[in-house]
Design a protein around this ligand. Structure first.
Ligand code: GRF
Length: 210
């Protein structure tokens, strides 16, 4: 039984998608804890309603990033997770933290990486005249929003799109590809080559097109 720990900062809709798919498909895994750096994050209530242990580690109580990340790692490790899932966790992580979880730390970013790392991805995609947008699940490496790509999904950018409309269309696909990618990890299906390319052990296509 693989142990999954999820880090959030807010709404937690990706957390919900993963918890629900894990239950619906009876994965050989369970979500052992949900941690938030923000008290009152909506995702905490969902986790509590589903009997999942939650904890808050408020970054504002720490003097610097290193001290916060060290305490966060101590808390995470107390749950002995096999996989740490960033699901809207709005913190830049220190290199030491990322190294500690190398190969077992996943993130989802609402753009087709390596395009549009960072914030305001949907506005930037519209302003750049992109015809498609999407989301990327990737292993986390020290460079923000980089790292080996596990899965991507695309949506069209429509002529009258706003960042809010595009965001909603992308989010619906995030809820499909993030649980899918986590399941692949749980099943031991992800292989990362030396060149940083992720392949599925059984040759399943890793591009899910919406
Ligand atoms: C998602 O758009 C995700 O791609 C980004 O942050 C957002 C989190 O949403 N990293 P939620 O908290 O999972 O609803």
């Amino acid at each position: 039984m693989k142990r999954i720990l999820i880090l959030i900062s807010g709404r937690g809709s990706n957390l919900q998608a993963i918890v629900q798919r894990c239950a619906d498909e009876a994965w050989p895994a369970r979500v052992v804890a949900v941690l938030s750096n923000r008290p009152g994050a909506d995702g905490l209530a969902f986790a509590e309603q589903h009997g999942i242990t939650t904890a808050v580690l408020d970054h504002r109580q720490f003097a610097d990033r290193e001290t916060f990340d060290a305490e966060l790692a101590r808390l995470i490790d107390s749950f002995a997770p096999d996989l740490v899932v960033l699901a809207g966790f709005m913190r830049i992580l220190t290199d030491g933290f990322v190294a500690h979880y190398a190969g077992r730390l996943l993130n989802i970013h609402p753009s087709l990486l390596p395009a549009f790392a960072g914030l305001h991805t949907h506005r930037r995609a519209i302003e750049a005249g992109c015809k498609v947008a999407g989301a990327t699940v990737h292993f986390v490496t020290p460079t923000l929003d980089h790292g080996p790509i596990v899965a991507q999904a695309t949506v069209p950018v429509l002529a009258d799109d706003t960042p809010a409309l595009l965001s909603a269309r992308v989010l619906a696909l995030e809820h499909q590809i993030y649980p899918m990618a986590v399941r692949w990890f749980v099943d031991g299906d992800l292989q990362v080559s030396d060149d940083g390319v992720v392949r599925h052990r059984r040759g399943v296509s890793q591009l899910f097109c919406g």
